[in-house]
Design a protein around this ligand. Sequence first.
Ligand code: NDP
Ligand code: 2IT
Length: 448
Amino acid sequence: MDILDTIKARDPNEKEFHQAVEEVIESVRPVLDRYPEFRKAAILERITEPERVVMFRVPWMDDQGQIHVNRGYRIGMNSAIGPYKGGLRFHPSVTLSILKFLAFEQVFKNALTTLAMGGGKGGSDFDPKGKSDNEVMRFCQAFMSELYRHIGPNTDVPAGDIGVGAREIGFLFGMYKKLKNEFTGVLTGKSLGWGGSLIRPEATGYGAIYFAAEMLATRNDTFKGKKCLVSGSGNVAQYAVEKIIQLGGKVLTMSDSSGYIFDEAGIDADKLAFVMRLKNVRRGRIKEYAEKYPQAVYTPVDSSLNYNPLWDHAADCAFPCATQNEIDEKDAINLANNGAMLACEGANMPCTPAAIDIFMDKKVLYAPGKASNAGGVAVSGLEMAQNSMRLAWTRKEVDNRLKTIMKSIHSTCLEAAADFGQDGNYMAGANIAGFVKVVNAMLDQGLV
Ligand code: NDP
Ligand code: 2IT
């Protein structure tokens, strides 16, 4: 039986995981043909099976004294090149399939960063939305009261993802420190005053835009005057927008899970500051942007449509920065028909396989998240390095390292793609380069 059929038969309900695995397997077929020893070592069978999965009960009490039970997870996908590293996602949609897809992507992404990090992911179906700070704290403490056994600065180093930002990392760290009686760099994305790194909050968004700037440069182009569509209004979207503005681009859209705003005049630095306060301090909805800036148009999500109108505006560049599978075939067609030349993933797996096919077909430059959003985990790696040295680098030092890493990932993707006859295919290049690095480490370390 084909490896993909075996994986599907073993866990038939894990469709997001299958989607991520299928893309990588398709990309690395020529690698397996060139290196028969990879097949002989059953590499695909081994690399697609998590080294370990922990699932646990998370009981917590709300402000009214009512008890709730959520499910917690941590997946150690691959530790061939370093300790497990990857975020925690708190969102009601979280399932084992979603976390396995994210952990799988993380393995190759982390390999591309050039830093020594294996791949992991975790989280819970807990929904922080609408919860008080005390409820979030009690949940984080309950979550960490089990997770702390399984992680450590040389074992597994979690960070943030959807629904896990500075507030949650603080509560998680506090509980870990209390239980272990140790102050170590066990989590990244910490606040600056107690071990965090400058530029970590900005890193994913900035990194994606540095990567896109490199892509544009291959066509002798820049961000100057480029109209950009951005989805999401969380951590990644906010700093992607900030960097686009700094590089002279014009951002027309931002969104949340309820709808999106379109601002023809462009979201400038002042308007972005409003969004940051709205989302990070007041925890409000993007709809309020259109109340504050009445020239902007708010469109609520309409689930009866088979496309997202956010992607149906004339623009040069698209930056999906919200969640998986948010650009489907029809959206990709709309983007291409409206003149888009570039789609660069800030989120993980935001483009469906059908959308990616359209981009390839229409010669729209397309960057897969495992390459273009690797800046976040890369600066997490730099945070780990600073924690180990008990030193802190300046903003400039970290930003320069981030730029160097994003440039290096960009050239690595193009070189690996060219090496396997797929010039300009960032998806193939990212999958191949990440895969080869991890597989060589696995082979060196024997059958473990
Ligand atoms: P945040 O929680 O800060 O923001 C998420 C944003 O996406 C919010 O605007 C949210 O809207 C929206 N969103 C989430 N789920 C959905 C959904 N199902 N449908 C529509 N909109 C949704 O998360 P991040 O910005 O950190 O993460 C965004 C993406 O980037 C994710 O795919 C994540 O895996 C990826 N990523 C994050 C990194 C990081 O360092 N944080 C690093 C690399 C990738 P609402 O508020 O309504 O839920
Ligand atoms: O998807 C990702 O790369 C992240 N959520 C960041 C992981 C990290 O360890 O910083």
